[in-house]
Design a protein around this ligand. Structure first.
Ligand code: G3I
Length: 380
């Protein structure tokens, strides 16, 4: 390779080495050399939508959707065909429902329930109590104030849709071992104002407001073969055990399953064992927010699609082996509308591909992986 003379040459070669290391580092980050789904194929037998294929095994399949996406006629038609259940991504959260302390805005939620009714879809409510997506005015300063807000919200919102929902995520992400409490509960405004009893209170209020809906405790980061995930699984199991022992009307655990293709390496073994422990409490289990982030995979579409599909199939094979799992919801249906576009963009600047359908609404290997997992699942 021709280059500058003497000292200059040595400096040039040193700079080249450093640059090379940087490029290697970037490539390693993008893992252009990786192909975790190599050799995997996802052939599917027969015809049928994901909704039909899940139902054939006694399972419910659906996805999250925002009311703004109903304006996309092609997407809405695909959603109505492929899904048996719908979850509003934001419209049943405090931030969307509660523009001011004394008022409610049900327009988004009502639009989605109307769409679901016309399409014969069931609806999951998400979520009555969360530490996020709270309106700016939400600032209770006393336990009595917080209790009154909680009661009024649950009675009004769950009461409005009583008898029409498959299930409610009554509380969302209430366990956080990193916050250091002995009960591993998340340090949230709800906990600070009402104490640990707010969780049971929320379930009792929801059961009174809608006796028909399954009442779900929804949690994240339960899926990995990792000490943090194991610590969280133990804490969630202890909480569920306490709630069941106290006859709190909790009917199911929601396992969000926001997966990442590069961290699936540990596999779902620990998760599978945990689901058996939850089922032993007499609880149903729902996969509530399944998607597979691909930002750490190479930019190559075929490589990413194969790797994402492999994670879908491997995780669902383990999860659906537990008969207490009755439904699977992906957190979106098409890459055209995924939260991961903003939350976990691909470093190469290419569109992310975490869901069963691509941005042009074409089925991907991930669709096949879901179909194959449903076909292989024990019938409910
Ligand atoms: O609709 C408005 C739009 O009019 C406005 O122009 C835009 C820019 O401000 O915001 C839009 O609202 C956004 C909404 O998503 C709809 O896209 C909110 O800002 C944004 O905060 C909201 O984020 C949602 C987030 O929950 C908070 O509610 C994500 O879409 C949603 O995917 C995410 O879902 C959560 C689950 O509820 C719980 N588990 C984790 C999961 C991912 O974070």
């Amino acid at each position: 390779m021709s280059g500058p003379d003497g000292i200059g040459r040595r400096a040039f070669l040193a700079a080249l080495g450093a640059a090379g290391a940087a490029v290697a580092g970037a490539a390693a980050l993008l893992r252009e050399d990786r192909d975790p789904g190599a050799g995997r194929a996802f052939p599917v037998q027969g015809a049928g939508t994901l909704r039909e294929r899940a139902a054939a095994r006694g399972l419910l399949y659906g996805a999250a959707i925002d009311s703004s996406q109903l304006r996309d006629a092609g997407f809405a038609a695909l959603f109505a065909r492929e899904c048996g259940v719908l979850v509003p991504g934001t419209e049943l959260k405090w931030l969307a429902l509660r523009p001011a302390p004394g008022s409610y805005d049900f327009r988004g939620a009502d639009a989605l329930l109307g769409f679901a009714g016309a399409a014969g879809l069931q609806v999951r409510g998400h979520t009555l109590v969360w530490h996020q997506a709270l309106p700016a005015w939400f600032a209770p300063t006393s336990a009595s104030g917080a209790e009154r807000m909680l009661r009024e919200h649950v009675e009004t919102v769950a009461g409005r849709y009583a008898g029409r929902l498959h299930s409610w995520d009554v509380v969302n992400e209430v366990v956080e071992p990193a916050h250091g409490r002995a009960d591993a509960l998340r340090d949230s405004p709800w906990l600070r104002l009402l104490g640990p009893g707010y969780i049971a209170t929320a379930f009792h209020l929801a059961a009174a407001a809608d006796p028909k809906a399954r009442l779900v405790l929804n949690e994240n980061w339960l899926e990995l073969d990792h000490p943090d995930s194991e610590r969280k699984r133990r804490a969630v199991l202890r909480l569920l055990d306490r709630l069941v022992a106290a006859s709190v009307p909790v009917h199911a655990l929601g396992v969000q399953c926001h997966l990442r293709a590069e961290r699936a390496a540990g596999g779902p073994g620990r998760l599978r064992a945990f689901l058996g422990e939850v089922a032993a409490l007499g609880l149903e289990i729902l996969v509530t927010e399944l998607d597979v982030a691909d930002a750490a995979l190479p930019a190559d579409v075929a490589v990413r699609d194969r790797a994402v599909a492999a994670v879908y199939e491997d995780y669902l094979a383990a999860v659906l082996d537990e008969r207490a799992v009755t439904g699977v919801v992906t957190w979106g249906l098409s890459d055209r509308y995924t939260w991961l576009t903003g939350h976990a963009p691909h470093p190469a600047g290419v569109p992310v591909r975490p869901l069963p359908f691509d941005r042009e609404l074409r089925p991907k290997p991930a669709w096949n992986a879901l179909a194959r997992a449903f076909a292989a699942a024990p019938r409910r």
